[in-house]
Design a protein around this ligand. Structure first.
Ligand code: PEP
Ligand code: MN
Length: 275
């Protein structure tokens, strides 16, 4: 590929990257990351953490620093949010995935997070990429909403070239002419990534569709596409959420979905057993 001299690309001698986080091996185990869009308060986060864990999630997500379209919208609880996430990890044992938006926050966020998330809006924030590349923490790199595969992989290369090979790619939908959905979930990118890169790649059907009613089918389709995991937004009262209220699903819906994902995964594994 043009302009790519990348070590995130597969070479025949390369094995697939496996990233241990707590007792999970991302890239080997199929991993569901679940939790609220934003940490809103202690009770909401702990309650959600308990229920997603009981349903089979292996990591907890939740934003303490939120990239919002309007400066007047809820921006996240910042350090207080990180502390709540740490409490949730202490109680449930679930590793924490949370977004980092600012290089000035790297040591603070790293103190609480198990995985540093670089969001879609910051995919090409090269200063931030270099900084997380100097960290030892795994990085979940979301695809920019207007990024090509080559651009996305080059951003992963920024992280890797600074010394951090622990990169998890996450497809979260791209901007197209379609407005019924918030984004267009590009599931064809999953087998495409797998064709050329050894990095694990997961799917976020919540931001990918923006609609809670579409999350189940797209989660199952993501499993069929060969994704290494899913990131799903769960809120105890979605319609009262302080952010992304139309795409979050209830803990009850998540529990049903997690069961279907498991069945889908074993059917897909069975189909591809000999390949
Ligand atoms: C998120 O996962 O909290 C988020 C803001 O997602 P994205 O960067 O994909 O919009
Ligand atoms: Mn969100």
């Amino acid at each position: 590929m043009k302009n790519l001299k990348l070590s995130v690309l597969s070479h025949t001698k390369n094995k697939r990257t496996v990233i241990p986080v707590g007792d999970v091996r991302l890239g080997e185990d199929f991993v569901i990351i679940a939790g609220p869009c934003a940490v809103e308060n202690e009770e909401q986060t702990l309650e959600t953490a308990r229920s997603v864990k009981a349903a089979g999630a292996r990591m907890l997500r939740g934003g303490a620093f939120k990239p919002r379209t309007s400066p007047y919208s809820f921006q996240g609880l910042g350090l207080d949010g990180l502390k709540i996430l740490a409490l949730a990890r202490e109680e449930t044992g679930l590793p924490i995935v949370t977004e980092i938006m600012d290089t000035r926050h790297i040591s603070m966020v790293s103190e609480y997070a198990d995985v540093l998330q670089v969001g879609s809006r910051n995919m090409q924030n090269f200063t931030l990429l270099k900084e997380v590349g100097r960290s030892k923490k795994p990085v979940l790199l979301k695809r920019g909403m207007n990024a090509t595969l080559t651009e996305w992989l080059n951003c992963a290369e920024y992280i890797l070239s600074e010394g951090n090979p622990r990169i998890i790619l996450c497809e979260r939908g791209i901007r197209t002419f379609e407005t019924y959905t918030r984004n267009t979930l590009d599931l064809s990118i999953i087998p495409a990534v797998k064709e050329i890169s050894h990095l694990p790649v997961i799917v976020d059907p919540s931001h990918g569709t923006g609609r809670s009613t579409l999350v189940e089918r797209m989660s199952l389709a993501a499993v069929a596409s060969g994704a290494d995991g899913l990131m799903i937004e769960v809120h105890r009262m979605p319609r009262q959420a302080l952010s992304d209220r139309y795409q979050q699903i209830s803990p009850e819906a998540f529990s049903i979905l997690a069961g279907k994902i498991k069945r889908m995964k074993s059917a897909v594994d069975d189909i591809y057993r000999d390949e």
